[in-house]
Design a protein around this ligand. Structure first.
Ligand SMILES: [Fe+2]
Length: 527
């Protein structure tokens, strides 16, 4: 656990006096006449109220670069008449959280077209180093964030420690798991999607409430992100480490697939909705400029390498997928289901992924992606086999192709990280799921939801049934939480951290289970 005093920094609002105390470097920054590409008159001398109510974030680290994010409060800008203008945000990066050793200063323009958010790419940093950052506007100073660059490509770090999480329905529970996550000692955090939910306010009893109807427009998506991002636990988790994010369905619409919405919308209407949803996502996430959306398209699949120790391929299994076959849901098979044209990755992403699986020299090769890869066989009331068509079970030929590629290319230690289904699972990914003696090629760790579905329980009748019917499933838990991964050259250790209650504030954290994979021995075992 981190030093609580240090953790307090994330909650402490900076003041103009704090900033001025920094001395020479800060004074120099204030006197800065102009930065290339920056308008000198965009720097505010004063601001109406505290502009950093949504906190700060960082993301997509590289050996010498991190992305720094913030978004200015529109009311604070409005009181000084700046809400329709570009506004300059100054930032500082230091080696220490007291900003005694500032190593980098700069500025970025927050434009009204992007809701006065910035995702500034700050380069020239040292690989594998921890940094602290803060932003300044009109004499107001943001909370302090912590970030870290990744190790240089030729280095082999002794260990990488990160966490992965998903699914934070604001209505279903408090973000207690994120409060605990913010106190872990981590190199970075992966969020696997369902960062917001698009739903209208639920009519059932919930602990907190969405406002308005199901969201469709840019302003509605922005307002939903503002509601979520106002949560202090979510802000603390963003400030505690850099985040690597990808989206699932609820950032747009439940179970959407490429051009197909869940709701009754024309393809044109849905593409407009996607455009709005992607713009809002980009505005609120610490993403590289390469992920800036172009209309209804956004580039989210990408790769991050952590020296020779690990490579993570971050996938987008929504934007390019064929529609869910056999009318979706949990259904028996139908001809489309087993058509070779059925794809969850789309052709370009699949080629990119398969090439990466072949070429990678990293000791551990992780996929960070949305929906369950392992086969989960269900049986319906008529005794027929059923499959959950929204998951890789809806795309079984492409799943086989991917697992076979890992095996044939001898990809070192493939590990799949999954979210979406609001339960913790550990699975063996087999060459042939029908044959329990078939080769285990990779392991899959599915993290539960942070809050979606409320308190949950350790075991359910459904969980028991699926464990019984599918011998490659090794663990199930239906509580809320996240998973930490400690990766060394010899061992991958996943800890399933759960909170027993999220419908009341203040749930404690416990480690429900620990699973390890030894280098060169696919298949996770309980420690
Ligand atoms: Fe979800």
């Amino acid at each position: 656990m981190r030093d609580p005093e240090w953790y307090d920094l994330f909650h402490r609002r900076g003041t103009r006096r704090d900033f001025l105390r920094v001395g020479g470097a800060a004074a120099g920054l204030l006197a800065l006449a102009s930065v290339p590409g920056c308008r000198a008159d965009a720097r505010l001398r004063a601001i109406g109220s505290y502009p950093f109510k949504l906190g700060v974030a960082s993301g997509d680290p590289e050996p010498e670069l991190v992305v720094l994010w913030t978004r200015l409060d529109p009311e604070a800008l409005e009181t000084v008449g700046a809400h329709e203008n570009p506004v300059t945000i100054d930032y500082e990066l230091a080696r220490d959280h007291n900003f005694k050793e500032i190593v980098r200063t700069g500025s970025a323009i927050a434009s009204p077209e992007f809701g006065h958010s910035i995702s500034a790419e700050v380069g020239g940093l040292d690989p594998g180093h921890e940094y602290f950052y803060r932003m300044i506007v009109g004499g107001e100073v943001s909370p302090v964030g912590r970030t870290k660059t990744v190790p240089a490509p030729e280095n082999t770090p002794d260990r990488i420690r990160f966490a992965f999480a998903s699914c934070q329905d604001y209505e279903d529970g408090y973000f207690t798991a994120l409060q605990h996550l913010a106190q872990e000692d981590l190199d970075f955090i992966i969020h696997l999607g369902d960062y917001i939910y698009e739903y209208a306010e639920h009519d059932r009893d919930t602990v907190r409430h969405h406002t308005g109807p199901e969201i469709q427009t840019l302003q509605e998506y922005r307002n939903r992100y503002i509601q979520y991002r106002s949560d202090p636990d979510l802000q603390a988790a963003h400030a505690a480490a850099s985040w690597i994010v990808t989206m699932d369905d609820h950032e747009v619409d439940n179970n959407w697939a490429d051009g197909s919405p869940e709701d009754d919308q024309s393809p044109e209407q849905f593409l407009l909705r996607r455009t709005a949803a992607f713009q809002a996502y980009f505005e609120f996430m610490p993403l590289r400029q390469a992920s800036m959306p172009s209309g209804p398209n956004i580039q989210l699949y990408r790769r991050i390498r952590f020296g020779n120790l690990m490579e993570i391929s971050i996938l987008d299994t929504r934007q390019y997928r064929s529609n869910q076959p056999c009318l979706g849901g949990i259904s028996p098979s139908c001809p489309t289901h087993i058509s070779p044209d059925q794809s969850i990755l789309g052709r370009s992403q699949r080629e990119w992924l398969f090439k990466g699986l072949t070429r990678s020299e990293a000791r551990w090769n992780a996929l960070a992606q949305q929906v369950m890869v392992a086969r989960i066989r269900g049986i319906d009331a008529e005794g027929q086999e059923t499959w959950s068509m929204d998951k890789w079970d809806g795309y079984p030929l492409e799943r086989s192709a991917m697992i076979n590629r890992m095996a044939d290319a001898e990809t070192l230690n493939p590990v799949v990280l999954t979210g979406d289904i609001h339960a913790n699972w550990v699975t063996d990914l087999k060459r042939d799921f029908d044959d329990p003696s078939s080769e285990t090629v990779a392991s899959e760790f599915v993290c539960t939801s942070l809050s979606s579905d409320g308190d949950g329980q350790d075991m359910t009748a459904g969980g028991e049934r699926l464990l019984r019917r599918n011998s490659h499933l090794k663990f199930y838990n239906g509580q809320r939480g996240y998973v930490t991964a400690n990766v060394t050259p010899d061992l991958w250790t996943s800890e399933f951290k759960v909170v027993p209650v999220v419908t009341e504030a203040g749930g404690s954290l416990e480690t429900r289970a620990t699973f390890v994979i030894e280098d060169g021995h696919p298949g996770a075992e309980e420690a």
